[in-house]
Design a protein around this ligand. Structure first.
Ligand code: PMP
Length: 465
């Protein structure tokens, strides 16, 4: 076959894609009929597609391009490393400088005594590591039955068999024979959808106490760990009420349960601190990292582990690892990304400049007839769409119908936002400027207005009975 390039007509690229490429989380048959959008290049916060559209990427790719697109320094770091040492493993009494330097840098950046890194190629792999790590930890301490991991419904922890079992996505559990045994799910702290008549504060406490009830029911000597995202991302950017996390921390401490913070989205500045755990005020024993670690420029993830867990695990042979654990090119790219985040004060830019700027505008979206709740932590935000704000009503249409209509209008207006059922979520590159935020809000406002016209025309502005 001749070389495939960006200069080919879009229709040809789409036809080849439809013929040979199976897309994740997609109905490939209808996608093939519709034709995918072909992204050809990107710079800063803007993507360009094969038709020449300039699209504002309100999702930073998949919540990962924290430093924005088109940074030559990362390309140079990758090329340098490929020339010097493109690959070597870290299994058999060997290491290399990119893995050493990145582990040391992460130990410096991570809070408390999170000083040890087990590398993976992605967030899913890192959470698979965590399952084996916490179970091995308790087995080494003479408690092999302390092996149940508690997670939350509507959590997202990855798509491999282990990590999808940790996750609480019903649609994922319905396929492929998961969850694996000894994973237990409690309810999520989503006040808008599930809070009923409780105040957010009462609801936050009640949902946290489900962890205590689960531990009491299952037995303290059976529960190894609790895993959660500081802010649920793929579940719809669910920000827990203020009462939630302090209670979770109290319960984990009281019952000697390892706390795993899945920082795959929240890490590396997304919430206005280096890690989401700092934003919500928790002290995890393990943090899962990926995405913003390399700003998505190279696939890399890992688990940052506290001194005590590392000490126990290190006393035995941990029979676990990936060919690409600590991959030198990915590690070199990640190091360069961290250098940029630090030297350009990107986390301060989020906390002090763009997060407050964006929050004001984001909160004001509740004025729109479609928007019931607007929540944002740093630069990850969500709005709940509703036909009736006062009662926090859901739509009569199938869940996701309205969210999808809104998302399609965003696409038409050259803005990428994502919908999770009838919530819209946003997570732009952290380097976005106030002027770019202004432009983003022009497109958000227009997309919501256009969507409302269509929703009214179709008679869909109706609450579920
Ligand atoms: N954990 C969280 C919180 C995530 O958001 C994701 C990806 N969206 C993952 C884990 C899985 O990461 P990956 O897709 O790199 O395997």
């Amino acid at each position: 076959m001749s070389t495939i390039t960006n200069h080919m007509p879009t229709a040809e690229l789409q036809a080849l894609d439809a013929a040979h490429h199976l897309h994740p989380f997609s109905t490939n048959e209808s996608l093939a009929d519709e034709g995918v959008r072909v992204i050809t290049r990107a710079k800063g916060v803007y993507l360009t597609d094969s038709e020449g559209h300039e699209i504002l990427d309100g999702m930073a790719g998949l919540w990962c391009v924290n430093i924005g697109y088109g940074r030559d320094e990362l390309a140079d770091a990758a090329a340098r490393q490929m020339r010097e040492l493109p690959y070597y493993n870290t299994f058999f009494k060997t290491t290399h400088t990119p893995a050493i330097a990145l582990a040391a840098k992460l130990a410096e950046l991570a809070p408390g005594d999170l000083n040890h890194v087990f590398f993976a190629g992605s967030g899913s792999e890192a959470n698979d590591t965590n399952i084996r790590l916490v179970r091995t930890y308790w087995a080494e301490k003479g408690q092999p039955d302390k092996n149940i991991i508690i997670s939350r419904k509507n959590a997202y922890h990855g798509s491999s068999v282990g990590s999808a079992s940790l996750g609480g996505m019903a649609g994922m559990h319905a396929q492929g024979g998961i969850p694996i045994p000894n994973i237990h799910h409690i309810n999520q702290p989503n006040w808008w959808a599930e809070g009923g008549d409780m105040s957010p504060e009462e609801f936050g406490l009640a949902r946290a106490r489900e962890l205590e009830e689960a531990i009491q029911e299952l037995g303290e000597d059976r529960v190894a760990a609790f895993i959660a995202e500081p802010v649920q991302g793929a579940g719809g950017v669910i920000i827990a009420p203020d009462t939630y996390w302090p209670e979770i921390q109290r319960i984990c401490d009281k019952y000697d349960i390892l706390l795993i913070a899945d920082e795959v989205i929240c890490g590396f500045g997304r919430t206005g601190n280096w890690f989401g755990s700092q934003t919500v005020g928790i002290k995890p024993h393990i943090m899962t990292i990926a995405k913003g670690l390399s700003s998505g420029y190279a696939p890399i993830g890992g688990s940052i582990v506290c001194d005590e867990v590392a000490r126990v695990i290190s006393a035995t042979e941990f029979n676990h690892g990936y060919t690409y654990s600590g991959h030198p090119v990915a590690a070199a790219v990640a190091l360069e990304n961290l250098r940029i985040l630090e030297e350009e004060n990107v986390v301060d830019h989020v906390r002090n400049v763009v997060a407050p700027y964006m929050k004001k505008k984001w909160d004001a979206l509740v004025e729109h007839p479609l928007v019931g709740e607007a929540k944002i932590a740093g630069l990850m935000g969500s709005i709940a769409l509703t036909p009736e704000k006062a009662s926090r009503a859901k739509f009569a249409s199938d869940p996701g119908t309205i969210g999808y209509i809104c998302r399609e209008h965003c696409f038409k207006n050259n803005l990428i936002m994502r919908h999770v059922d009838d919530r819209l979520v946003i997570s732009p590159p952290l380097v976005i400027t106030p002027a770019e935020i202004d432009e983003m809000f022009v497109r958000i406002q227009k997309s919501l207005d256009d969507a409302l016209v269509e929703i009214n025309e179709k008679g869909l502005m109706k609450p579920a009975s």
